[in-house]
Ligand binder design. Structure first.
Ligand code: PLP
Length: 403
């Protein structure tokens, strides 16, 4: 089947809940992917930061195959031989006492909301049904009702109301506003992305996360870091919070936790928080399933063994330097950390970011705009210098017709 035929089928039979760049991907290896006609592209989106370890990493594929041949699913009604050892591995890897496994990123967010509320009622003493969760303006935590209720984007709730109660927001990066909001003793948690990925790769001011840590501790509010997009080396540190050497009370992981091979997400916390949950409070048929544990373990091993955190920092610096030196027309800023980067267009630029993504595709680069004026460049963390240089060459060529 041709790309055009495949796109036509999706348009006809699929729900129209996405607006993809018109390109079909049929095969991938490392940073490169191919369409059914055999045209090669550099993947500069990585499944929205999920394919950190590169497409079809042989160790990951082997882990998946070997585990898939051993056991299908037993749910958490019984113990599997995989979950306990994996729980020890991931908690030691990130330095937390306990883990709760889910599948998608938004489920990790949902879990954090429930966990924070339960902790708020049982440990902090918030009156029943009055707990609030504070979030940052411009956040993205997923697409369930709780996540869109937490969103401050006017479109996300339209025609989906009523919103779930109990969410308050504060401008991202504004410490004074945060301090004022945290005077409300019914707030159980502040949930924040260390860098807002979907919001347009927005970096907070220097010292923000450190101050968040301090304020949350002072006010007895849980600091929940949504590292679903930023975590596991994406920003050039294991966690983006490591830039300010802060340790959140709760960390949310997803995406690269399985190298994008399989839906796996996780919530990490210490005993006083995680043991707020009791049997029956929360779970999922697939949460912590043997295949997820086997794949996620190898995904985390690869990040360590192949020095992907360091590579992300190194290649990200090169990428930003080359993009800045290229002086791309109508680009007002190149920003990011590690391999989570963005170019932002000037306000009155004659070209839209989404149109430029089509030109990038034509020149062999897969990227997608996050907002109207921002294109995110987030290649797999395994990318090498030669591929960064080739990618920037292609980006420069795609921008050439823009004057
Ligand atoms: C910071 C953040 N949180 C949560 C999510 C939701 O993850 P998922 O799409 O796996 O539900 C995303 C997805 O992009 C994200 O970037």
């Amino acid at each position: 089947m041709t790309s055009a035929e495949i796109i036509a089928l999706e348009e006809k039979y699929g729900a129209h809940n996405y607006f993809p760049v018109p390109v079909v991907i049929a095969k991938g290896q490392g940073v490169r992917v191919w369409d059914p006609e055999g045209k090669e592209y550099l993947d500069f989106l990585s499944g929205i930061c999920a394919v950190g370890q590169g497409h079809c990493h042989p160790k990951l594929v082997r882990a998946l195959q070997e585990q898939a041949e051993k056991l299908t699913l037993i749910s958490r009604a019984f113990y599997s031989d995989q979950f306990g050892p994996f729980a020890e591995y991931i908690t030691k890897y990130f330095g937390y006492q306990r883990v709760l496994m889910m599948n998608t990123g938004v489920e990790a967010f949902e879990t954090a909301c429930k966990l924070s509320r339960k902790w708020g009622y049982t440990k902090k003493g918030i009156p029943e049904n009055e707990a609030k969760i504070l979030v940052a303006e411009g956040n993205f935590h997923g697409r369930t009702l709780a996540a869109i209720s937490a969103s401050t984007s006017p479109d996300s709730m339209k025609n989906f109301g009523p919103a779930a109660p109990g969410f308050l927001s504060v401008p991202f990066g504004d410490l004074q506003a945060l301090e004022e909001k945290l005077c409300d003793t019914k707030i159980a948690a502040f949930v924040v992305e260390p860098i807002q990925g979907e919001g347009g790769v927005v970096l907070p001011p220097e010292g923000y996360l450190r101050a968040v840590r301090k304020l949350c501790s002072e006010k007895n509010v849980l600091f929940v870091a949504d590292e679903i997009q930023t975590g596991i080396g994406r920003t050039g540190r294991l966690l983006a919070c490591d830039y300010e050497e802060v340790r959140p009370d709760v960390v949310l992981l997803g995406k690269s936790l399985s190298g994008g091979l399989f839906p796996v997400s996780a919530v990490l916390a210490d005993d006083p928080v995680m043991l707020s949950f009791q049997p029956g409070d929360h779970g999922s048929t697939f949460g912590g399933n043997p295949l997820a544990c086997a794949v996620a373990r190898v995904a985390l091993e690869i990040v360590k063994d192949e020095g992907l955190v360091q590579n992300s920092a190194r290649q990200g610096e090169l990428l930003r330097r080359l993009l800045r030196e290229a002086k791309l027309p109508h680009v007002r800023e190149v920003r990011g950390r590690g391999l989570l980067n963005a170019v932002e267009f000037e306000k009155d630029a004659p070209v839209k970011a989404s149109t430029l993504c089509l030109a990038l595709r034509d020149n062999g680069i897969l990227a997608k705009n996050t907002r109207e004026s921002v294109i995110r460049f987030a290649p797999p963390l395994v990318i090498q210098e030669s591929e960064i240089r080739l990618g920037v060459e292609r980006i420069v060529t795609a921008f050439r017709p823009v004057t």
